[in-house]
Design a protein around this ligand. Sequence first.
Ligand code: ACM
Ligand code: ZN
Length: 544
Amino acid sequence: MNKLIVTSLICSLSLASFAQNSYNIVPKPVKLKAQQGKFVFNSDTRIVVPEETIDLQNALFALQERFLLTKVWHLKIEKATENMKPADNTIFIKFNPAMTNQEAYKLRILKTRIEIEAGAAPGVFYAMQTLRQLLPPEIERNQTPPATLELSVPCAEIEDTPRYAYRGILLDVCRHFSNVRDVKHYINMLAFHKINTFHWHLTDDQGWRIEIKKYPKLAEISAWRDRTLIGSYTETGRKYEQRRYGGYYTQEEIKEVVAYAKTKFITVIPEIELPGHAMAALAAYPEFSCTGGPFEVSGLWGIFNDVYCPKDITFQFWEDVLSEVISLFPSKYIHIGGDECPKVRWERCHHCQTKMKELGLKDEHALQSYVISRIEKFVSSKGRSIIGWDEILEGGLADNATVMSWRGLEGGIAAARQGHDVIMTPTSFCYLDYYQSEDKKSEPLAIGGFLPLEKVYSFDPTPAQLTTEEAKHILGGQANLWTEYIPTRTGVEYMLFPRMAALSEAVWTNKEGKNFDDFKNRLKNGTVKHYDALDVTYSKSNLK
Ligand code: ACM
Ligand code: ZN
Protein backbone atom coordinates (compact mmCIF):
# COMPACT_ATOMS: atom_id res chain seq x y z
CA MET A 1 0.00 0.00 0.00
CA ASN A 2 1.37 3.41 -0.81
CA LYS A 3 1.58 6.16 1.72
CA LEU A 4 -1.25 8.20 0.25
CA ILE A 5 -3.74 5.35 0.49
CA VAL A 6 -2.69 4.63 4.07
CA THR A 7 -3.11 8.28 5.02
CA SER A 8 -6.51 8.55 3.43
CA LEU A 9 -7.60 5.31 5.09
CA ILE A 10 -6.59 6.61 8.50
CA CYS A 11 -8.34 9.86 7.73
CA SER A 12 -11.60 8.23 6.74
CA LEU A 13 -11.46 5.88 9.71
CA SER A 14 -11.01 8.70 12.17
CA LEU A 15 -13.68 10.74 10.40
CA ALA A 16 -16.03 7.81 10.67
CA SER A 17 -15.39 7.44 14.37
CA PHE A 18 -15.77 11.18 14.85
CA ALA A 19 -19.05 11.23 12.95
CA GLN A 20 -20.46 8.25 14.75
CA ASN A 21 -21.40 8.99 18.34
CA SER A 22 -21.63 5.97 20.58
CA TYR A 23 -24.50 5.34 22.95
CA ASN A 24 -23.53 2.71 25.47
CA ILE A 25 -26.70 2.76 27.49
CA VAL A 26 -27.75 -0.31 29.50
CA PRO A 27 -30.61 -1.18 29.67
CA LYS A 28 -31.12 -0.19 26.05
CA PRO A 29 -33.70 2.57 25.61
CA VAL A 30 -36.83 1.69 23.69
CA LYS A 31 -36.15 4.34 21.03
CA LEU A 32 -32.90 6.11 20.35
CA LYS A 33 -32.32 8.37 17.35
CA ALA A 34 -28.63 9.12 17.09
CA GLN A 35 -27.70 12.62 16.04
CA GLN A 36 -24.62 14.56 15.05
CA GLY A 37 -22.82 16.65 17.59
CA LYS A 38 -22.75 16.80 21.35
CA PHE A 39 -23.75 18.85 24.34
CA VAL A 40 -20.77 20.03 26.35
CA PHE A 41 -21.29 20.73 30.07
CA ASN A 42 -19.55 23.71 31.63
CA SER A 43 -19.56 25.49 34.97
CA ASP A 44 -22.58 27.55 33.92
CA THR A 45 -24.79 24.60 32.96
CA ARG A 46 -27.97 24.74 35.04
CA ILE A 47 -30.94 22.51 35.61
CA VAL A 48 -34.30 24.20 35.18
CA VAL A 49 -37.20 22.57 37.00
CA PRO A 50 -40.97 23.04 36.94
CA GLU A 51 -41.27 22.63 40.72
CA GLU A 52 -39.00 22.16 43.72
CA THR A 53 -40.21 18.95 45.35
CA ILE A 54 -38.04 16.56 47.32
CA ASP A 55 -38.72 13.79 44.78
CA LEU A 56 -37.49 15.90 41.92
CA GLN A 57 -34.44 17.01 43.90
CA ASN A 58 -33.64 13.35 44.55
CA ALA A 59 -34.03 12.55 40.87
CA LEU A 60 -31.64 15.33 39.87
CA PHE A 61 -29.16 14.41 42.55
CA ALA A 62 -28.36 11.23 40.55
CA LEU A 63 -26.46 13.47 38.16
CA GLN A 64 -25.58 16.38 40.43
CA GLU A 65 -23.88 13.99 42.84
CA ARG A 66 -21.48 12.84 40.14
CA PHE A 67 -20.42 16.43 39.49
CA LEU A 68 -20.13 17.13 43.21
CA LEU A 69 -18.06 14.04 44.01
CA THR A 70 -15.68 14.67 41.14
CA LYS A 71 -15.50 18.25 42.45
CA VAL A 72 -15.81 19.54 38.91
CA TRP A 73 -18.57 22.04 39.51
CA HIS A 74 -22.04 22.33 40.89
CA LEU A 75 -24.99 21.90 38.55
CA LYS A 76 -27.23 24.61 39.89
CA ILE A 77 -30.99 24.15 40.06
CA GLU A 78 -33.29 26.97 39.06
CA LYS A 79 -37.07 27.10 39.06
CA ALA A 80 -38.62 27.82 35.66
CA THR A 81 -40.42 31.10 35.27
CA GLU A 82 -43.93 31.07 33.83
CA ASN A 83 -44.07 30.07 30.16
CA MET A 84 -40.29 29.84 30.10
CA LYS A 85 -38.91 28.34 26.91
CA PRO A 86 -36.04 25.84 27.14
CA ALA A 87 -32.97 28.01 27.58
CA ASP A 88 -29.47 27.40 26.26
CA ASN A 89 -26.94 25.62 28.45
CA THR A 90 -29.61 24.07 30.62
CA ILE A 91 -31.08 20.70 31.35
CA PHE A 92 -34.65 21.82 30.96
CA ILE A 93 -37.19 19.62 32.72
CA LYS A 94 -40.87 19.55 31.96
CA PHE A 95 -43.64 17.40 33.42
CA ASN A 96 -46.00 15.99 30.83
CA PRO A 97 -49.21 14.66 32.40
CA ALA A 98 -49.93 12.66 29.24
CA MET A 99 -47.00 10.40 30.12
CA THR A 100 -48.86 8.02 32.42
CA ASN A 101 -46.02 5.60 33.13
CA GLN A 102 -44.21 7.38 35.95
CA GLU A 103 -40.91 5.74 35.02
CA ALA A 104 -40.95 6.79 31.37
CA TYR A 105 -38.95 9.70 30.05
CA LYS A 106 -38.08 11.56 26.87
CA LEU A 107 -34.58 12.94 26.55
CA ARG A 108 -33.51 15.31 23.77
CA ILE A 109 -29.84 16.08 23.74
CA LEU A 110 -29.18 19.07 21.49
CA LYS A 111 -25.89 20.87 20.99
CA THR A 112 -27.25 23.86 22.85
CA ARG A 113 -29.23 22.26 25.66
CA ILE A 114 -30.86 19.12 27.04
CA GLU A 115 -34.62 18.69 27.34
CA ILE A 116 -36.33 16.12 29.51
CA GLU A 117 -40.00 15.26 29.64
CA ALA A 118 -41.51 12.86 32.13
CA GLY A 119 -44.82 12.19 33.85
CA ALA A 120 -43.18 12.24 37.30
CA ALA A 121 -39.90 12.26 39.22
CA PRO A 122 -38.96 8.57 38.59
CA GLY A 123 -38.84 9.24 34.83
CA VAL A 124 -36.55 12.22 35.45
CA PHE A 125 -34.37 10.00 37.64
CA TYR A 126 -33.98 7.45 34.85
CA ALA A 127 -33.20 10.21 32.36
CA MET A 128 -30.41 11.27 34.75
CA GLN A 129 -29.08 7.70 34.86
CA THR A 130 -29.04 7.68 31.07
CA LEU A 131 -27.13 10.97 30.96
CA ARG A 132 -24.71 9.59 33.51
CA GLN A 133 -24.04 6.58 31.29
CA LEU A 134 -23.48 8.85 28.28
CA LEU A 135 -20.91 10.96 30.12
CA PRO A 136 -17.26 9.85 30.23
CA PRO A 137 -16.75 7.16 32.90
CA GLU A 138 -14.42 9.51 34.80
CA ILE A 139 -17.60 11.16 36.08
CA GLU A 140 -17.97 8.16 38.41
CA ARG A 141 -14.67 8.65 40.20
CA ASN A 142 -14.65 10.48 43.48
CA GLN A 143 -11.79 12.59 42.25
CA THR A 144 -11.38 15.48 39.87
CA PRO A 145 -10.66 14.45 36.29
CA PRO A 146 -7.98 16.30 34.30
CA ALA A 147 -9.11 19.75 33.19
CA THR A 148 -8.65 18.60 29.61
CA LEU A 149 -11.41 16.01 29.93
CA GLU A 150 -14.47 17.20 28.09
CA LEU A 151 -17.69 16.44 29.92
CA SER A 152 -20.05 15.95 27.03
CA VAL A 153 -22.92 13.75 25.93
CA PRO A 154 -23.70 12.88 22.31
CA CYS A 155 -26.79 14.39 20.71
CA ALA A 156 -29.77 12.09 20.53
CA GLU A 157 -33.51 11.80 20.83
CA ILE A 158 -34.47 9.12 23.29
CA GLU A 159 -37.89 7.81 24.31
CA ASP A 160 -37.79 5.25 27.02
CA THR A 161 -40.19 3.27 29.14
CA PRO A 162 -39.70 0.01 31.04
CA ARG A 163 -41.29 -3.23 29.84
CA TYR A 164 -42.11 -4.28 33.43
CA ALA A 165 -43.15 -2.36 36.53
CA TYR A 166 -41.31 -4.81 38.82
CA ARG A 167 -37.55 -5.06 38.29
CA GLY A 168 -35.86 -6.66 41.24
CA ILE A 169 -32.71 -7.98 42.83
CA LEU A 170 -32.68 -10.17 45.94
CA LEU A 171 -29.78 -10.10 48.36
CA ASP A 172 -29.44 -12.76 51.02
CA VAL A 173 -27.87 -11.19 54.10
CA CYS A 174 -28.47 -14.27 56.28
CA ARG A 175 -25.91 -16.73 54.98
CA HIS A 176 -23.41 -13.87 54.92
CA PHE A 177 -24.12 -10.46 56.34
CA SER A 178 -23.76 -7.14 54.51
CA ASN A 179 -23.37 -4.02 56.63
CA VAL A 180 -25.45 -0.90 56.02
CA ARG A 181 -22.70 0.83 54.06
CA ASP A 182 -22.44 -2.10 51.64
CA VAL A 183 -26.21 -2.41 51.31
CA LYS A 184 -26.37 1.28 50.35
CA HIS A 185 -23.63 0.68 47.82
CA TYR A 186 -25.63 -2.17 46.23
CA ILE A 187 -28.68 0.08 46.18
CA ASN A 188 -26.64 2.69 44.28
CA MET A 189 -25.74 0.04 41.75
CA LEU A 190 -29.35 -1.10 41.39
CA ALA A 191 -30.30 2.48 40.58
CA PHE A 192 -27.53 2.73 37.98
CA HIS A 193 -29.18 -0.28 36.25
CA LYS A 194 -32.73 1.16 36.55
CA ILE A 195 -33.74 -1.66 38.91
CA ASN A 196 -36.57 -0.45 41.15
CA THR A 197 -36.97 -3.18 43.81
CA PHE A 198 -34.58 -4.45 46.45
CA HIS A 199 -35.77 -7.75 47.94
CA TRP A 200 -34.03 -7.99 51.30
CA HIS A 201 -33.86 -11.60 52.48
CA LEU A 202 -33.69 -10.95 56.23
CA THR A 203 -34.33 -14.24 58.01
CA ASP A 204 -33.10 -17.78 57.44
CA ASP A 205 -31.66 -20.83 59.19
CA GLN A 206 -28.19 -19.29 59.38
CA GLY A 207 -29.13 -15.93 60.85
CA TRP A 208 -31.93 -13.53 61.74
CA ARG A 209 -30.95 -10.03 60.67
CA ILE A 210 -33.63 -7.59 61.82
CA GLU A 211 -34.16 -6.24 65.30
CA ILE A 212 -37.66 -7.01 66.61
CA LYS A 213 -38.34 -5.10 69.82
CA LYS A 214 -40.89 -7.56 71.19
CA TYR A 215 -38.51 -10.53 70.78
CA PRO A 216 -35.04 -9.31 71.84
CA LYS A 217 -33.51 -12.79 71.66
CA LEU A 218 -33.76 -12.61 67.85
CA ALA A 219 -30.93 -10.05 67.97
CA GLU A 220 -29.13 -11.58 70.97
CA ILE A 221 -29.23 -15.22 69.86
CA SER A 222 -30.72 -15.72 66.37
CA ALA A 223 -28.39 -13.22 64.70
CA TRP A 224 -25.26 -15.17 65.62
CA ARG A 225 -23.88 -18.59 64.75
CA ASP A 226 -20.92 -20.32 66.35
CA ARG A 227 -19.55 -21.97 63.27
CA THR A 228 -19.65 -21.77 59.48
CA LEU A 229 -19.04 -24.49 56.92
CA ILE A 230 -15.70 -24.29 55.13
CA GLY A 231 -15.71 -25.27 51.45
CA SER A 232 -18.47 -26.97 49.54
CA TYR A 233 -21.58 -28.46 51.09
CA THR A 234 -21.13 -31.50 48.85
CA GLU A 235 -17.63 -32.39 50.09
CA THR A 236 -17.40 -35.37 52.41
CA GLY A 237 -15.85 -34.81 55.84
CA ARG A 238 -17.30 -31.35 56.44
CA LYS A 239 -15.12 -28.84 58.27
CA TYR A 240 -16.24 -25.72 60.06
CA GLU A 241 -14.68 -22.44 60.95
CA GLN A 242 -15.32 -22.25 64.69
CA ARG A 243 -15.91 -18.54 64.96
CA ARG A 244 -18.90 -16.54 66.11
CA TYR A 245 -20.35 -14.93 63.00
CA GLY A 246 -23.35 -12.73 62.43
CA GLY A 247 -24.93 -9.33 62.80
CA TYR A 248 -28.28 -7.66 62.46
CA TYR A 249 -29.79 -4.34 61.53
CA THR A 250 -31.26 -2.19 64.25
CA GLN A 251 -34.65 -0.73 63.47
CA GLU A 252 -32.97 2.66 63.03
CA GLU A 253 -30.65 1.16 60.43
CA ILE A 254 -33.55 -0.48 58.62
CA LYS A 255 -35.32 2.89 58.45
CA GLU A 256 -32.12 4.49 57.18
CA VAL A 257 -31.78 1.96 54.34
CA VAL A 258 -35.45 2.21 53.37
CA ALA A 259 -35.23 6.01 53.30
CA TYR A 260 -32.00 5.89 51.33
CA ALA A 261 -33.48 3.51 48.76
CA LYS A 262 -36.46 5.83 48.37
CA THR A 263 -34.15 8.62 47.24
CA LYS A 264 -33.07 6.25 44.45
CA PHE A 265 -36.69 5.37 43.61
CA ILE A 266 -36.15 1.86 44.92
CA THR A 267 -38.73 0.01 46.99
CA VAL A 268 -37.36 -2.30 49.64
CA ILE A 269 -39.37 -5.49 50.13
CA PRO A 270 -38.51 -7.36 53.34
CA GLU A 271 -38.66 -11.13 53.46
CA ILE A 272 -39.53 -12.85 56.73
CA GLU A 273 -39.41 -16.61 56.12
CA LEU A 274 -42.18 -18.86 57.37
CA PRO A 275 -43.01 -21.65 58.10
CA GLY A 276 -39.62 -23.11 56.98
CA HIS A 277 -36.05 -21.77 57.12
CA ALA A 278 -36.63 -21.14 60.81
CA MET A 279 -33.60 -22.58 62.62
CA ALA A 280 -32.18 -19.23 63.71
CA ALA A 281 -35.50 -18.08 65.20
CA LEU A 282 -36.08 -21.47 66.85
CA ALA A 283 -32.62 -21.39 68.44
CA ALA A 284 -33.87 -18.44 70.49
CA TYR A 285 -37.53 -19.46 70.79
CA PRO A 286 -37.73 -23.29 70.64
CA GLU A 287 -41.30 -23.11 71.93
CA PHE A 288 -42.41 -22.25 68.37
CA SER A 289 -41.21 -25.63 67.07
CA CYS A 290 -42.92 -29.03 67.05
CA THR A 291 -40.34 -30.81 69.26
CA GLY A 292 -39.22 -28.06 71.64
CA GLY A 293 -35.59 -28.22 70.58
CA PRO A 294 -32.91 -27.36 71.56
CA PHE A 295 -31.67 -25.86 68.28
CA GLU A 296 -28.67 -23.91 67.10
CA VAL A 297 -28.33 -21.18 64.49
CA SER A 298 -27.10 -23.27 61.60
CA GLY A 299 -23.52 -23.13 60.37
CA LEU A 300 -24.42 -25.48 57.55
CA TRP A 301 -26.37 -24.70 54.36
CA GLY A 302 -29.41 -26.56 53.08
CA ILE A 303 -32.95 -27.34 54.16
CA PHE A 304 -33.80 -28.30 57.73
CA ASN A 305 -36.59 -30.49 59.04
CA ASP A 306 -37.13 -28.36 62.12
CA VAL A 307 -39.58 -25.70 61.07
CA TYR A 308 -42.12 -23.59 62.89
CA CYS A 309 -45.09 -25.45 64.40
CA PRO A 310 -48.27 -23.57 63.46
CA LYS A 311 -49.75 -23.32 66.94
CA ASP A 312 -51.47 -20.25 68.36
CA ILE A 313 -48.35 -18.89 70.10
CA THR A 314 -46.46 -19.19 66.81
CA PHE A 315 -49.13 -17.24 64.95
CA GLN A 316 -48.90 -14.62 67.69
CA PHE A 317 -45.11 -14.47 67.13
CA TRP A 318 -45.47 -14.16 63.36
CA GLU A 319 -48.11 -11.45 63.70
CA ASP A 320 -46.03 -9.50 66.23
CA VAL A 321 -42.94 -9.74 64.02
CA LEU A 322 -44.87 -8.77 60.88
CA SER A 323 -46.46 -5.83 62.69
CA GLU A 324 -43.05 -4.39 63.50
CA VAL A 325 -41.82 -5.18 59.98
CA ILE A 326 -44.84 -3.46 58.43
CA SER A 327 -44.20 -0.38 60.54
CA LEU A 328 -40.62 -0.20 59.21
CA PHE A 329 -41.24 -0.94 55.52
CA PRO A 330 -43.76 1.16 53.57
CA SER A 331 -43.73 -1.31 50.63
CA LYS A 332 -47.02 -2.60 49.25
CA TYR A 333 -45.58 -6.11 49.45
CA ILE A 334 -44.29 -8.11 52.37
CA HIS A 335 -42.53 -11.35 51.37
CA ILE A 336 -43.35 -14.20 53.73
CA GLY A 337 -41.15 -16.91 52.22
CA GLY A 338 -43.10 -20.16 52.06
CA ASP A 339 -40.40 -22.18 50.27
CA GLU A 340 -38.64 -25.39 51.21
CA CYS A 341 -40.68 -26.38 54.25
CA PRO A 342 -40.29 -30.12 54.94
CA LYS A 343 -43.32 -31.71 56.53
CA VAL A 344 -41.64 -34.50 58.54
CA ARG A 345 -42.04 -32.79 61.93
CA TRP A 346 -45.63 -31.86 61.22
CA GLU A 347 -46.41 -35.48 60.31
CA ARG A 348 -45.40 -36.63 63.80
CA CYS A 349 -46.49 -33.65 65.83
CA HIS A 350 -49.51 -34.05 68.06
CA HIS A 351 -50.35 -30.39 67.79
CA CYS A 352 -50.09 -30.29 63.98
CA GLN A 353 -52.15 -33.43 63.51
CA THR A 354 -54.87 -32.26 65.92
CA LYS A 355 -55.04 -28.92 64.15
CA MET A 356 -55.38 -30.65 60.78
CA LYS A 357 -58.27 -32.78 62.06
CA GLU A 358 -59.95 -29.76 63.61
CA LEU A 359 -59.75 -27.84 60.37
CA GLY A 360 -60.57 -30.84 58.16
CA LEU A 361 -57.27 -30.53 56.28
CA LYS A 362 -56.37 -33.50 54.16
CA ASP A 363 -52.59 -33.34 54.45
CA GLU A 364 -49.62 -31.29 55.59
CA HIS A 365 -49.58 -29.30 52.34
CA ALA A 366 -53.06 -28.15 53.22
CA LEU A 367 -51.73 -27.17 56.65
CA GLN A 368 -49.03 -25.05 55.00
CA SER A 369 -51.70 -23.51 52.81
CA TYR A 370 -53.72 -22.73 55.95
CA VAL A 371 -50.67 -21.03 57.48
CA ILE A 372 -50.07 -18.88 54.40
CA SER A 373 -53.76 -17.99 54.05
CA ARG A 374 -54.00 -16.94 57.68
CA ILE A 375 -50.87 -14.82 57.38
CA GLU A 376 -52.15 -13.39 54.10
CA LYS A 377 -55.32 -12.25 55.87
CA PHE A 378 -53.29 -10.69 58.64
CA VAL A 379 -51.00 -8.81 56.23
CA SER A 380 -54.04 -7.70 54.18
CA SER A 381 -55.70 -6.43 57.35
CA LYS A 382 -52.72 -4.06 57.65
CA GLY A 383 -53.27 -2.83 54.11
CA ARG A 384 -50.41 -4.77 52.56
CA SER A 385 -50.10 -7.80 50.26
CA ILE A 386 -48.00 -10.91 50.54
CA ILE A 387 -45.50 -12.36 48.12
CA GLY A 388 -44.52 -16.00 48.58
CA TRP A 389 -42.21 -18.42 46.78
CA ASP A 390 -44.01 -20.76 44.38
CA GLU A 391 -44.41 -23.52 46.99
CA ILE A 392 -47.33 -21.48 48.30
CA LEU A 393 -49.30 -22.91 45.37
CA GLU A 394 -49.19 -26.35 46.99
CA GLY A 395 -52.33 -27.13 48.92
CA GLY A 396 -54.13 -24.13 47.43
CA LEU A 397 -53.11 -20.51 46.89
CA ALA A 398 -54.12 -17.83 49.41
CA ASP A 399 -56.34 -15.03 48.12
CA ASN A 400 -54.44 -11.97 46.94
CA ALA A 401 -51.06 -13.68 47.15
CA THR A 402 -48.42 -12.77 44.58
CA VAL A 403 -46.26 -15.71 43.56
CA MET A 404 -42.53 -15.49 43.10
CA SER A 405 -41.77 -18.33 40.70
CA TRP A 406 -38.28 -19.71 41.29
CA ARG A 407 -38.35 -23.44 40.54
CA GLY A 408 -38.98 -22.69 36.87
CA LEU A 409 -41.67 -20.75 35.05
CA GLU A 410 -44.38 -23.33 35.73
CA GLY A 411 -45.42 -22.05 39.16
CA GLY A 412 -45.77 -18.59 37.70
CA ILE A 413 -47.80 -19.87 34.77
CA ALA A 414 -50.16 -21.76 37.07
CA ALA A 415 -50.56 -18.74 39.35
CA ALA A 416 -51.21 -16.35 36.44
CA ARG A 417 -53.86 -18.76 35.10
CA GLN A 418 -55.53 -18.66 38.52
CA GLY A 419 -55.59 -14.88 38.25
CA HIS A 420 -52.72 -14.21 40.67
CA ASP A 421 -49.90 -11.76 40.09
CA VAL A 422 -46.48 -13.21 39.46
CA ILE A 423 -42.84 -12.23 39.65
CA MET A 424 -40.60 -14.49 37.63
CA THR A 425 -37.22 -15.50 39.02
CA PRO A 426 -36.51 -18.99 37.66
CA THR A 427 -33.23 -20.58 38.74
CA SER A 428 -32.28 -21.30 35.13
CA PHE A 429 -32.09 -17.59 34.23
CA CYS A 430 -31.99 -15.66 37.48
CA TYR A 431 -29.84 -17.38 40.11
CA LEU A 432 -26.74 -15.28 40.34
CA ASP A 433 -25.14 -17.65 42.86
CA TYR A 434 -24.49 -20.04 39.95
CA TYR A 435 -21.11 -20.24 38.21
CA GLN A 436 -20.32 -17.81 35.39
CA SER A 437 -18.01 -20.18 33.57
CA GLU A 438 -18.14 -23.86 32.69
CA ASP A 439 -14.56 -24.12 33.84
CA LYS A 440 -15.52 -24.06 37.52
CA LYS A 441 -11.94 -24.27 38.71
CA SER A 442 -11.28 -20.84 37.21
CA GLU A 443 -14.09 -19.34 39.29
CA PRO A 444 -14.55 -18.63 42.99
CA LEU A 445 -16.30 -21.50 44.80
CA ALA A 446 -20.05 -21.28 44.12
CA ILE A 447 -23.14 -23.28 44.94
CA GLY A 448 -23.12 -25.06 41.55
CA GLY A 449 -25.06 -24.55 38.32
CA PHE A 450 -23.96 -22.53 35.33
CA LEU A 451 -25.50 -19.21 34.45
CA PRO A 452 -23.50 -17.24 31.90
CA LEU A 453 -24.27 -13.64 30.94
CA GLU A 454 -25.98 -14.65 27.70
CA LYS A 455 -28.44 -16.91 29.51
CA VAL A 456 -29.44 -14.14 31.92
CA TYR A 457 -29.78 -11.83 28.92
CA SER A 458 -32.14 -14.25 27.18
CA PHE A 459 -34.54 -14.26 30.15
CA ASP A 460 -38.12 -13.45 29.13
CA PRO A 461 -40.39 -13.14 32.19
CA THR A 462 -43.56 -13.62 30.13
CA PRO A 463 -43.98 -17.24 28.97
CA ALA A 464 -45.27 -17.54 25.41
CA GLN A 465 -48.07 -19.91 26.42
CA LEU A 466 -49.93 -17.29 28.45
CA THR A 467 -52.86 -15.47 26.86
CA THR A 468 -52.71 -11.67 26.71
CA GLU A 469 -55.06 -11.50 29.68
CA GLU A 470 -53.02 -13.98 31.75
CA ALA A 471 -49.77 -12.26 30.78
CA LYS A 472 -50.99 -9.06 32.48
CA HIS A 473 -50.35 -10.86 35.78
CA ILE A 474 -46.62 -11.03 35.11
CA LEU A 475 -45.42 -8.00 37.05
CA GLY A 476 -41.80 -8.49 36.11
CA GLY A 477 -38.62 -10.35 36.93
CA GLN A 478 -35.91 -10.55 39.52
CA ALA A 479 -32.43 -12.01 39.93
CA ASN A 480 -31.45 -13.54 43.26
CA LEU A 481 -28.12 -13.60 45.01
CA TRP A 482 -27.92 -16.21 47.76
CA THR A 483 -24.70 -15.87 49.71
CA GLU A 484 -23.75 -19.27 51.14
CA TYR A 485 -20.45 -19.09 49.31
CA ILE A 486 -20.06 -15.32 49.20
CA PRO A 487 -18.64 -13.82 52.39
CA THR A 488 -17.31 -10.50 51.06
CA ARG A 489 -18.40 -7.36 49.25
CA THR A 490 -16.06 -8.01 46.34
CA GLY A 491 -17.47 -11.55 46.14
CA VAL A 492 -21.02 -10.20 46.02
CA GLU A 493 -19.99 -7.73 43.31
CA TYR A 494 -18.27 -10.43 41.28
CA MET A 495 -21.49 -12.46 41.18
CA LEU A 496 -23.77 -9.46 40.58
CA PHE A 497 -21.82 -7.77 37.81
CA PRO A 498 -22.13 -7.76 34.91
CA ARG A 499 -25.05 -10.21 35.12
CA MET A 500 -27.18 -7.52 36.79
CA ALA A 501 -26.75 -5.49 33.59
CA ALA A 502 -28.13 -8.41 31.53
CA LEU A 503 -31.06 -8.80 33.93
CA SER A 504 -31.77 -5.08 33.76
CA GLU A 505 -32.14 -5.21 30.00
CA ALA A 506 -34.29 -8.36 30.21
CA VAL A 507 -36.80 -6.56 32.44
CA TRP A 508 -36.60 -3.06 30.92
CA THR A 509 -36.12 -3.33 27.17
CA ASN A 510 -38.75 -4.53 24.70
CA LYS A 511 -38.10 -8.03 23.37
CA GLU A 512 -37.78 -6.63 19.83
CA GLY A 513 -35.05 -4.26 20.94
CA LYS A 514 -32.83 -6.94 22.46
CA ASN A 515 -29.70 -8.30 20.81
CA PHE A 516 -26.96 -9.98 22.82
CA ASP A 517 -24.01 -8.94 20.64
CA ASP A 518 -25.15 -5.34 20.68
CA PHE A 519 -25.66 -5.55 24.46
CA LYS A 520 -22.19 -6.97 24.95
CA ASN A 521 -20.67 -4.13 22.93
CA ARG A 522 -22.49 -1.52 25.00
CA LEU A 523 -21.46 -3.33 28.14
CA LYS A 524 -17.78 -3.55 27.19
CA ASN A 525 -17.52 -0.04 25.76
CA GLY A 526 -19.62 1.68 28.37
CA THR A 527 -21.00 -0.04 31.44
CA VAL A 528 -17.85 -1.84 32.60
CA LYS A 529 -15.84 1.35 32.21
CA HIS A 530 -18.25 2.93 34.65
CA TYR A 531 -17.79 -0.11 36.94
CA ASP A 532 -14.02 0.43 36.73
CA ALA A 533 -14.35 4.08 37.62
CA LEU A 534 -16.67 3.20 40.50
CA ASP A 535 -14.17 0.61 41.73
CA VAL A 536 -16.79 -2.10 41.41
CA THR A 537 -15.57 -5.67 41.02
CA TYR A 538 -17.08 -7.63 38.13
CA SER A 539 -16.55 -10.92 36.36
CA LYS A 540 -14.73 -10.87 33.05
CA SER A 541 -15.56 -14.55 32.41
CA ASN A 542 -18.17 -13.70 29.78
CA LEU A 543 -16.64 -10.52 28.38
CA LYS A 544 -14.07 -11.96 26.01
C1 ACM B 1 -35.26 -20.42 47.02
O1 ACM B 1 -34.29 -20.36 46.28
N1 ACM B 1 -35.33 -21.33 47.97
C2 ACM B 1 -36.35 -19.48 46.91
ZN1 ZN C 1 -46.15 -29.13 65.04
